[in-house]
Design a protein around this ligand. Structure first.
Ligand code: ASP
Length: 415
């Protein structure tokens, strides 16, 4: 693992450097076209491999996790600590985003032509979160086969929770199935190990393409907002989350980062909490020594609903759009932003740019012009890297905290 860690860091640096270098090569130069083609292929194949194992991994790990927990009468405590941690850490992230935006006021005085039109049609629109919430709830319970085929992680997760609970309820007669699923999970984790060996190449490819394709001009115009988001995400990821971990468990940030690094870098490069789940799970169990019955439950659940980075971003972006439009949001409206950013982050699937889609609801909830999405979209891929890394970090910190308070129920997996 240590060797792989080094290789992943080298891959990251090479990817960033190559991408940066390519920015100075003319767009039609053969070197640029071919390099981007190869980088894109390596990156997307790596993502494909991660996604290939995602569905069976999530299903088996949640089933086995929930069955192990219920069998040990720990389920209630794990649920309580997990959900409380998710709620508190996402609230802290949103408060951080709102506070920083109120202090710095990014976007104030910035004239973007796109807004002239949008603002002339500005009006207070009706609250949309209710519809969003209804859609979210309806999406929870669907035919599991359709969910498997579509890779609908939230619906798979819900079905797996029922399935795991039912295995416990049926008891002895379900034992052979439980054994079978435990073995399947072992096999899938073995495949994860193989896929991880390709992580350095995949990450280098993804980052080369990402850095090479950034629109430099727009980045400079929106620099203040971009910096605000990145700095607040770093504060949350480097101070708030590790600080909470240390306060609650006395585990040092260095210990945590050393173990979490491959997952954090993969999240950064793929911008997908879901695609990172296999690696997150492996790092959480092997490096952070969280029992597989706890990590197997907290990590997939967290990848779907616990998104500190996304929540922070949605709140900060709403205030940024308000500033651009010259609209001052009252305390009451900021409270609405707080709530909708939370729902939007919970509802956003762990895939690239998902936060951008649910962002519409946050903007609508306080009547901000949704046309602003057009401005945020070109910088989204860049900001998605940081927020996804923070999202995944939150899941790993949560797992260690739950482990600390609940304790293990099984010996850690040896491989
Ligand atoms: N890409 C993020 C994730 O997968 C979600 C988002 O904020 O767009 O966690």
């Amino acid at each position: 693992m240590r060797n792989l860690n080094t290789q992943i860091i080298i891959g990251t640096l090479l990817g960033i450097l190559a991408g940066y270098g390519l920015r100075f090569v003319p767009a039609d130069a053969a070197l640029k076209i071919h390099t981007l083609y190869v980088a894109g292929l390596c990156g997307s194949l790596f993502m494909d491999l991660l996604k290939m194992i995602l569905v069976p991994l999530i299903f088996t790990s949640i089933c086995v996790g929930i069955a192990n927990l219920q069998a040990h009468h720990q389920a209630k405590r794990v649920w309580l600590i997990t959900l409380s941690f998710f709620a508190v850490s996402m609230s802290a992230a949103i408060i951080l985003g709102l506070t920083a935006s109120n202090l710095v006021k990014p976007g104030q005085g910035l004239q973007l032509s796109l807004f002239a039109d949008a603002i002339s049609h500005y009006e207070h629109k009706a609250l949309a979160p209710k519809d969003f919430l209804a859609d979210l709830l309806h999406g929870l319970f669907i035919n599991p086969f359709a969910a498997f085929a579509a890779g609908n992680v939230l619906a798979i997760l819900v079905f797996a929770l029922f399935f795991g609970a039912a295995m416990v309820a049926v008891g002895d007669r379900a034992k052979p199935l439980m054994t079978l699923m435990t073995i399947v999970l072992e096999l899938i984790m073995r495949i994860v190990g193989w896929v991880m060996r390709l992580a350095p190449i995949g990450i280098a490819g993804l980052l080369t393409k990402l850095v090479a394709n950034q629109n430099g001009e727009l980045l400079t115009t929106l620099l203040q907002f971009i910096m605000l988001v990145i700095v607040t995400l770093i504060i949350h990821g480097v101070i708030v989350l590790p600080g909470t971990l240390w306060l609650l468990t006395r585990k040092t940030p260095l210990w945590f980062w050393r173990g979490a690094r491959p997952a954090l870098i993969t999240a950064f490069a793929t911008s997908s909490s879901n695609a990172t789940v296999p690696i997150t799970l492996r790092c959480t169990e092997d490096n952070l020594k969280v029992d597989n019955s706890i990590a197997g439950f907290v990590v997939p659940l967290g990848a779907t609903i616990n998104m500190d980075g996304t929540a922070l971003y949605e709140a900060a972006a709403a205030l940024f759009v308000a500033n651009l439009a010259g609209i001052e949001l009252s305390m009451g409206q900021q409270l609405i932003v707080f709530c909708t950013a939370m729902i939007a982050a919970i509802g956003a699937p762990g895939i690239p740019s998902a936060g951008m889609v649910t962002m519409v609801m946050v903007l609508q909830s306080v009547g901000l012009p949704t046309e602003a999405i057009a401005i945020l979209l070109p910088i989204d891929r860049l900001l998605d890297t940081f927020r996804t890394a923070v999202n995944v970090e939150g899941d790993m910190v949560g797992s260690v905290i739950v482990q600390h308070f609940v304790g293990g129920t099984e010996a850690p997996r040896n491989e």
